[in-house]
Design a protein around this ligand. Structure first.
Ligand SMILES: [Zn+2]
Length: 288
């Protein structure tokens, strides 16, 4: 048994969505996944698995060849679904247990699918994998926050989803006017409440990196701006092999880790002041 880490919320589809907004070049992303030291990653583009995802997998194999230190890195196909739960919109990160050879219609539920219904569970049965509610508390819907916390607790407690992305790198780094702390505290409270009902609800920490490096590169709008890179926050689990990640999530055997960037660590320390129970599910450093 060995401790491994995972970052399952990465974007690589700059080609379709425009580089400035959404997505690193596959080779740069592959290199920074390797350099971040994570053992598991998933590319989770909005609503589809694109050819860029496959390129990241193959570029990573390429950059690993020729590096002296051989270690296993397991890459999964993922998708970020725009869904709803009892009428409220949520983003669901889905990580497929098996690679999709050629994504086809039916591989993804309809946009806006109500995941509280049987339809989503039927789809899940046909497409094994884990479901995570990504960044459940959204800034621009501040008025709904209490409701969003309750619904997140409910979907974790009833097993609609396996885990909750309590730490999201982009929110921790970029939120303004205390919104990073507020949103993270909201997600943490939802998760902790859910654990009292269902011990296997898993905590997830993901970068939501749209860039491979910690600064936006030359030649794009916003160049030089500090952004989150792969693995800045990550999910830790103990297993025989990194490939066992999905089982660790299903069993709720995960911890959230803050690996990089002082600003993120400061925000998480403020979150802990408001939500001290989170300390049971958190490490402020990878090595702790
Ligand atoms: Zn995302």
């Amino acid at each position: 048994m060995y401790p491994y880490t995972a970052d399952i919320h990465l974007h690589a589809d700059g080609k379709r969505n425009g580089r400035s907004r959404h997505g690193e070049k596959p080779k740069v992303l592959a290199t920074s996944i390797l350099e971040s030291g994570v053992d598991v990653y998933a590319i989770s583009e909005h609503h589809y698995v694109t050819e860029e995802t496959e390129k990241v997998h193959s570029k990573l194999a390429g950059v690993m060849t020729g590096r002296k230190r051989k270690r296993e890195i397991v890459g999964f196909d993922g998708v970020e679904l725009g869904a709803s739960y009892k009428g409220l919109p949520f983003y669901i990160g889905y990580v497929f247990e098996n690679r999709l050879d050629e994504p086809k219609p039916g591989d993804f539920p309809d946009h806006g699918i109500d995941i509280s219904g049987a339809e989503f569970q039927d789809w899940r049965a046909q497409h094994p994998g884990i479901a995570v509610v990504n960044h459940p508390i959204v800034t621009h819907r501040e008025k709904q926050e209490d409701m969003r916390i309750d619904y997140t607790t409910a979907m974790l407690a009833d097993g609609t989803v396996d885990g909750c992305e309590v730490l999201n790198g982009a929110i921790l780094l970029n939120g303004k006017n205390g919104s990073s702390v507020r949103r993270t505290v909201g997600a943490a409270r939802a998760f902790i409440a859910a654990r009292t009902h269902r011990r296997t609800a898993a905590i997830i920490a993901s970068s939501d990196a749209h860039w491979g490096k910690y600064r936006m590169p030359e030649g794009v709008k916003g160049k030089g701006k500090i952004v989150t890179g792969p693995g800045c926050v990550r999910t830790r689990f103990i297993a025989d092999s990194p490939a066992d990640f999905l089982d660790a999530v299903r069993d709720g055997r995960t911890k959230a880790v803050v690996a990089e960037q002082n600003k993120i660590r400061q925000v998480v320390e403020e979150v802990l002041e408001q939500c001290p129970e989170l300390a049971n599910f958190l490490r402020l450093k990878t090595e702790d």
